[in-house]
Design a protein around this ligand. Structure first.
Ligand code: ADE
Length: 246
């Protein structure tokens, strides 16, 4: 999978993709990340990418022209599998189902918004979708791009050492997760400062361990994330209802 990132802070990305799963996926050729400096598509002496908002108001708005020129130059003959995502606080909320869907794409170009916003014609006529990583305002889309790439990269086949390990994580609709939080985990020592690991995890009975983990995941989800808890008994084999469809 290829990611392009369009940003005015290319140096920002020297850190986030140089570690762990993302680094290994890049080295294995599963993932390619190309960073593009938006200022390369400006033509004035100051390489300006922003301007004042029509109608007045605070702050500056990212101009459409450099963004359109950049995308048209990165995707000169844009194909249906070359998708463009605008990262902004006004976008549709990113979640695990969206990460799964995007992991099936071949080539994604992420536009990092900055300043007070991005000229709306970018969202309307250039981007395929507008995505927010949470209900808070960041100073730009760079952190959001790093979050999205990390969440998607680890879902790519072969990115995790153990193929099945993404299946049993929080939010995944497969495995025992079924859209719940992951179950809690413990490691050695079995007794740490008097806090003991649940005995069931030490007895080697895998049936009991599976059942304990399922209940522990449900209990923790109900306690910390009641919004994810199914309100009705779930039909066998189905995920729970009432969550936002992707
Ligand atoms: N830019 C500013 N805030 C953002 C958010 N919450 N998600 C994505 N991009 C952003």
């Amino acid at each position: 999978m290829i990611f392009h990132v369009l940003t005015i802070f290319p140096e920002f990305f020297e850190g986030p993709f140089a570690y762990g799963v993302v680094k290994r996926a890049r080295e294995a050729g599963i993932l390619e990340i190309r960073i593009h400096n938006l200022r390369n598509w400006t033509s004035d002496r100051h390489q300006s990418v922003d301007d004042r908002p029509f109608g007045g108001g605070e702050g500056m708005v990212l101009k459409p022209e450099p963004v359109f020129l950049a995308v048209e130059s990165i995707f000169p003959e844009r194909q249906p599998w070359q998708r463009v995502v605008l990262l902004s606080a006004q976008g549709r909320l990113f979640h695990q189902a969206a990460a799964n869907r995007l992991a099936g794409e071949a080539e994604l170009l992420l536009i990092c918004g900055r300043y007070e916003g991005v000229d709306e014609r970018v969202a309307e006529h250039l981007a395929d979708e507008e995505v927010s990583i949470g209900n808070y305002v960041l100073s730009g889309g760079e952190l959001a791009a790093a979050v999205l790439i990390d969440a998607v990269a680890r879902l790519l086949p072969g990115a995790l050492g153990n193929e099945s390990s993404a299946v049993f994580e929080s939010f995944q609709e497969t495995g025992h997760g079924e859209g719940l939080l992951d179950c809690p985990h413990w490691t050695r020592p079995a007794d740490f400062r008097g806090w003991r690991v649940p005995d069931v995890l030490l007895n080697g009975n895998h049936q009991e361990i599976r059942s304990f983990r399922k209940h522990a995941a449900l209990e923790k989800t109900a306690r910390l994330r009641p919004d994810l808890t199914p309100s009705e008994p779930r039909p066998s084999g189905g995920g729970h209802r009432g969550k936002i469809e992707d």
